[in-house]
Structures are given as C-alpha cells and as structure tokens.
Design a protein around this ligand. Structure first.
Ligand SMILES: Cc1cc2nc3c(=O)[nH]c(=O)nc-3n(C[C@H](O)[C@H](O)[C@H](O)COP(=O)(O)OP(=O)(O)OC[C@H]3O[C@@H](n4cnc5c(N)ncnc54)[C@H](O)[C@@H]3O)c2cc1C
Length: 384
C-alpha cells in the first residue's frame, strides 16, 4: 500500500496543478501526489485564451511569470448573432498560450515545489477509515478530482455527468496569420445559436481558431459531429484554413453538480465550471483548483466543507449571475443588445469582459442599460 499522502490529485490540467501549487504554498511539507493518464507535455483541445484574471491566479500560486514570454493581447472584437459589433481595448491584456506549453509549465512548477507527479489513469476510488483509496493501492486524506469534462471521478463518487442541455462542444485548430495580428475575435452565430467562432492570435504568426456550439443543437443537425464542427469552422473562417483540429466537451456552469462528496473535491471542468457565455474555463480551473488544494491541507478534518465555503465566497455571486445571463442569452437579441450597448459604453464593455472572463457580477444600472436596448431593438425590429 502506497500510504500517507495528504493529498492525491487526479488530473494535471490547470485545475490539478493549481491544487498542487495551492496546497504546497499553504503547507510546504504536505505530501502531495499528482496523477495524470498522460505524460506532459500533452495537447488539450482549447482556445488557449488566458484571461488577465487567470494571470492573477498564477500570481497567487507563486508563478506570476509563467506566461510572461508570450505577447499580451490588448484588443477584443465581438460580433453578436445579429451583427452588432464592438472592438475595444480590454482593461487588462489577455494571453494566448498553447495548452501544450501552459499545462506542462504548471506541472513542472508543481514538481519543483516537491509534488510527486506520476503517469497513471485512475479507475477506482473507495472510502476507508477516514481516507480515500485510489485504485486499491494509494491512500490519501483528501482527493482533488481535476480530471476534466468527462470526469471519471465525478461518476465514481455518484454525481451525474453534465446534462446535455448545459454541455457545449467545440473544435479548435491552428492557422497562419500575419505576425502583427493582435486582436482576439469572437464571431457569434445566429445559425444554431448559441454558437460562435473565434480567432486568438498567439503572437508567433499563428492563431488558435475554433468553433463551438451547444451539444443538443449539434445533435439536431443530424450529421456526424465532426462533419458539422469542421464544416462550420471552415465556412466561418474561410481565410484561416486550420490544421491539428481537435474537439472536446465543455460542461457549462449552470449544470454544475455539488462540488464533491466525502473527502473528494471536484475542481475545474470536473466540477462543471465553464462560463456559459464565453466557454472560459481556465480561470475557474485555477481558482477552484487552488481553493481545493488549500482546503485539503488547511482543513484536513473536513476539507469538502471548507472548499465549498471558499468556492461560494470566490465565485458564488458570479455563478448565480451567469446562470441568469445564460437563460437571458437563449434569446440572441439579448446578446445583440448587450454588444450594441458595449459598443456605445466602455463601462458596459469592461463589465462584459469581467463577467465573461472573470468573476464579475452585473450592477443593476448597467443591467438596466442592456435591457433598455433589448427592448428598443425589439420595438425597432432588431436594428441597432
Ligand atoms: C475547443 C475548446 C476551446 C476552449 N477555449 C478556452 C479558452 O480559450 N479559454 C479558456 O479559459 N477556456 C477554454 N476552454 C475551456 C478549458 O479548456 C477548460 O475549462 C480547462 O481545460 C479546464 O481545465 P481542467 O484542469 O479542469 O481540465 P483539463 O485541462 O481537461 O485536464 C484534465 C486532465 O485530467 C487527466 N485525466 C482525465 N481522466 C483521468 C484519469 N481517469 N486518471 C488520470 N488523469 C486523468 C487528463 O489527461 C487531463 O490532463 C475551451 C475548451 C474547449 C473544448
């Protein structure tokens, strides 16, 4: 028996590495084991967009310069489903870092802090004498499940998978772009709404390009998923032929389960933490992973309760806000109104970025401005 781990983390994406780094920062002598079925570096289907808020988290984890060698992206352009446009400088720059690089750097940082990293696919969990036994051989006082969108651990502890109506699917690839291209573009689509294509330039003459939509909308097309996703991407960004296409599910936060059971805490995609408006999940993965890691070593008596409290404090109001906005966004005209208002008012643009990429909430006066525009658009028959 491989005994005596204070914390075993399953999955070495941003949530898992953040749990490892968070635990070690709080208690450097903690025995922490990180298991991932893949060897790093490994690829992960993602838009590679790391919001400024994600960088704040990297600083809290003690790795503030992890992506400092990548070019910051200062501009964001958004086209709404009905064609309203906004293009403006973001209050704080975002970064685009291929996940093959980003995740491997985080795992390396965890290793350097004394975390043991092993390549191992987890298949079984059992509770025994106040411990968790992983695959019959490894025992831990607490487990963080950071094993992604199709989490095995979430199923093993009896929590349901993300419901289809709150699950999106997206494909990403890489395309050549002029080296000077430094605008992040999000082009929303009325056809199959909610759906959008993106182009996120990395800064090295390539861009991460992709297309995503809700799973039930994809199924409704009645064609093989790959054909639909690849076809729509090629159709929407014909000037950016993409290579290395790869797709994955996104469990959107309105379908999130409770964040664990017993001594097992769910973090990141395993906890259903993806922004339903933008598909952003890296920031949530870093926050939830850190909080779970801290709870594991800071409150070993009842880590799950400590984690739940910390998560509610960090993201509770924000998640309730995005739950409501995701419902309103079922109407593409609501998004048209939000983008049209953002094009006129920088404070609304900044707020949309906070809500879409961070932990922002919506103050009533700004919500009022969007609702007013939504109403006016309806009266004028959809003109901006
Ligand atoms: C196409 C696409 C584009 C996206 N674009 C963006 C974007 O631009 N910005 C953004 O913020 N978010 C984006 N997201 C969301 C983002 O990718 C996820 O939210 C993020 O990866 C979640 O991190 P995680 O650590 O929870 O899970 P993951 O990054 O999925 O890591 C899970 C890890 O668990 C391991 N694992 C799985 N099962 C087991 C097992 N049984 N045993 C051991 N290990 C296991 C896997 O190998 C993997 O390394 C996008 C998602 C998709 C699909």
């Amino acid at each position: 028996m491989d005994d005596g781990w204070d914390l075993v983390i399953i999955g070495g994406g941003p949530a898992g590495s953040a749990a490892a780094l968070g635990a070690k920062r709080l208690r450097p002598d903690a025995r922490v084991l990180l298991l991932d079925r893949a060897e790093f570096p490994r690829d992960k289907a993602c838009g590679d967009g790391i919001a400024a808020h994600g960088r704040d988290e990297l600083a809290l984890l003690g790795v503030p310069d992890l992506v400092a060698d990548y070019r910051p992206t200062h501009r964001l352009s958004v086209v709404s489903p009905g064609g309203a446009r906004v293009s403006a400088a973001v209050a704080r720059p975002n970064h685009v870092v291929p996940r093959k690089v980003f995740d491997a750097r985080l795992v390396r940082a965890a290793r350097e802090r004394g975390v043991e990293v092993r390549c191992h696919r987890v298949r079984e969990l059992a509770a025994r004498d106040g411990h968790v036994v992983v695959d019959g051989t490894v025992t831990a006082r607490a487990v963080v499940a950071a094993d992604g969108a199709n989490s095995t651990v979430r199923r093993l502890i009896g929590l349901p998978p993300s419901p289809d109506r709150h699950t999106a699917i997206a494909v990403r690839g890489y395309a050549d772009v002029p080296a000077g291209d430094d605008v992040q573009l999000i082009a929303m689509q009325r056809d199959g709404w909610p759906a959008y294509a993106w182009s996120f330039p990395v800064g090295d003459g390539t861009a991460n390009v992709g297309f995503g939509m809700l799973l039930p909308r994809l199924r409704a097309v009645g064609l093989p998923g790959r054909e639909v996703l690849h076809g729509r991407l090629a159709e929407l960004l014909p000037h950016l032929p993409a290579r290395d296409l790869r797709a994955h599910h996104l469990p959107l936060s309105p379908g999130r389960p409770r964040p664990g059971a017993g001594r097992v805490m769910l973090a990141g995609d395993a906890a259903g933490l993806v922004n339903p408006l933008t598909g952003e999940g890296i920031y949530y993965a870093l926050v939830s992973g850190r909080l779970a890691g801290e709870a594991a070593v800071g409150a070993p008596g009842d880590p799950l309760s400590a984690y739940r409290r910390a998560l509610t404090k960090a993201l509770g109001r924000h998640l309730r806000t995005t739950d409501v906005l995701a419902r309103a966004a079922q109407s593409p005209r609501f998004i048209d109104a939000a983008i049209a208002t953002a094009a006129r008012r920088k404070d609304v643009f900044d707020l949309l970025v906070e809500v879409g990429l961070g932990a922002g909430t919506v103050p009533l006066p700004l919500a009022g401005a969007v609702v007013r525009r939504w109403f006016l658009n309806a009266v004028r028959g959809g003109r901006f």
